[in-house]
Design a protein around this ligand. Sequence first.
Ligand code: NAD
Ligand code: DAU
Length: 352
Amino acid sequence: MNKKKLLITGGAGFIGSHVVRLFINKYPDYQIVNLDKLTYAGNLANLTDIENAPNYTFVKGDINDAEFIQKLFDEHQFDSVIHLAAESHVDRSIANPNEFVMTNIVGTLNLLNAAKLHWTDNTEGKMFYHVSTDEVYGTLGETGLFTETTSYDPRSPYSASKASSDHLVRAYFHTFNLPIVISNCSNNYGPNQFPEKLLPLVIHNIKHEKPIPVYGKGENVRDWLYVVDHAEAIDCIFHKGVNGETYNVGGNNEWRNLDLVHLLIKLTDQRLNREEGHSNKLITYVKDRAGHDLRYAIDASKIMNELNWAPTQDFEKELGGTIDWYLKNEKWLNDVTSGEYQKYYQKQYVTR
Ligand code: NAD
Ligand code: DAU
């Protein structure tokens, strides 16, 4: 049997690096190319443990460059793609929507075109897997869950760009018979997440006794999933997902932002040998995010029942391990929070 030739995009980012690690270790027979532009969010330090693996190749490149993408497909003759590369932070999409349209929509289109061109004659064994978000469904009220048939209602430039890319992927399935699967996942947490996102930002600020910025009243709700669970869901969907189908992935683990911040304070203070509630004083209510979605919550019964995937049941344990990782990996945090990040932080939290 021929070796699987798999392209993973965005593999130097948060989720991508966990997916790359899982696939490199679990599938020594696959030839895996990790294509990443190494934007501010991409970091090869996330992958030092597997960088010399014989089944791994890293390519620095931009999915917005259509000619480059075609040449990469010519060279490697990929038979499958797991597409994670994206601009991923909602606040940045509010400050600069154009970049999100380019990477998330045009970049995805370039990959679809390359796959279409190279797979026209024979789609046997081919798969274009698009990794997407639950934010495409918009916002929920106090009750209800997002299912795979919930109507799209994106409300930020980020989610609108991801929704648009989902539509393009489905259009290539219907119009050109391109083999595809899509997954829409809830909020991930775990090691290697860029500290512009809530969890690592809060842990970092507790450690350094800096204000913890809570948007609005902290009443928004997110459904948190451990990143390794997401990587395992991606593995499961990639191998067992049905062509043309969509799978929602979530942790069945809803938290109001303020409650989660309190839990992070409790667990982080314990680890820093501070007295209980020591860091509560750092909580600072700041101007709300524009168009802030109130609540996301996923109904993951399709992937659980049809593909036999399940998330971890022990949130506090994985969260504790995540906090330990950020406290231990000071160099990783210092490297990513120096330079450009300081300018972003000033603009987002200090001078706005
Ligand atoms: P991330 O921002 O940590 O990583 C994105 C990666 O994409 C980075 O390595 C970056 O260098 C790379 N990239 C960006 N633009 C590129 C370009 N033009 N060409 C090549 N590479 C480029 O993002 P993440 O949180 O790991 O999210 C990965 C994917 O999963 C995204 O598609 C995102 O929409 C989706 N997703 C994320 C979450 C979450 O909670 N983080 C939840 C559901 C879905
Ligand atoms: O739901 C999946 C999505 O989850 C992914 O598609 C996105 O890529 C990912 O960034 C994440 O989006 P959110 O906007 O939900 O994540 P973020 O960590 O930015 O914010 C989580 C919640 O915390 C949200 O309600 C906003 C709030 N928040 C965030 C930051 C950064 C704060 O209150 N203060 C902050 O400083």
